[in-house]
Ligand binder design. Sequence first.
Ligand code: NAD
Length: 301
Amino acid sequence: MSKVGFIGLGIMGAPMAGHLRAGGHELCIYDVKPAPKSLTDQGAVVCGSAKEVAEKSDIIISMVPDTPHVAAVLFGENGVASGLSQGKIVIDMSSISPIETKRFAQKINVLGCQYLDAPVSGGEVGAKAASLTIMVGGPEDAFKRVKPLFELMGKNVTLVGGNGDGQTCKVANQIIVALNIEAVGEALLFASRMGADPARVRAALMGGFAASRILEVHGERMVKRTFDPGFRIELHQKDLNLALQSAKALGLSLPNTATAQELFNACVAHGGKAWDHSALVRALELLANHEIGQKTPAMLD
Ligand code: NAD
């Protein structure tokens, strides 16, 4: 059994840490907010800083919102780096910049410790069900050492490559998801404006080549008009920013990712930063002056 530290106990971190404790590991926890009762009831030890977590643990996991939060957790005052000693492994499971991740890994390596970037896909549902997809970047020996911990939190655990490649994989995931939402939104909007029943169109398409998890889950949200999160638009904007900033640094054009980001921006302009990301369709609806399911005369009526 390992001594595991967990920093960042929000929507994702709390259930993930709970699975590690339920798996029999010693667990030290820290968040700037009070520790969740579910974890203290399980016997987790609450620490007063990220430094204390690093001192008391052999494997230290962070799950915080964005790149600056990870920088603060690792290298800020009373951060993980100030509590590390040789041979420990630092794992960041947040979704953050692949470029900064490579820098963070180098700074941790200088201290005689290994670093893994291990962002996840699967959302709150996957975190609670321990069915997350985990995309890992870093050295293979460190990956092999901590794989049993990943398997307590997720089902599909893959070593993608070196440090930063896990985060790159997650950004790629978010590009696919955003463009899929956009495609499903355009298709259902088109069908609805033509006068067809969007619910039946979705059901028919689920049997064919256009079927996808996005059509299944988010297509249903678009038809039923249920846009409570889920995954908030502001978090998806953060991920597409990572894609677009990295692409700019590389001189790489991602035209449809940029369009999806513009559509998210339009949602935010209408008060939607906390809407579920499937609500991207609302920006398309504004452009079309038509809402999916709305009864308007079709072209040839
Ligand atoms: P969240 O806001 O619910 O939780 C983040 C936690 O980190 C909070 O409890 C916050 O207090 C804590 N925190 C922030 N700064 C800290 C610091 N300096 N020291 C200690 N604790 C600190 O966010 P979440 O939804 O759990 O997401 C976490 C990460 O997982 C994000 O990068 C997100 O993009 C990613 N992610 C989220 C989902 C999802 O569906 N929510 C899915 C996949 C990936």
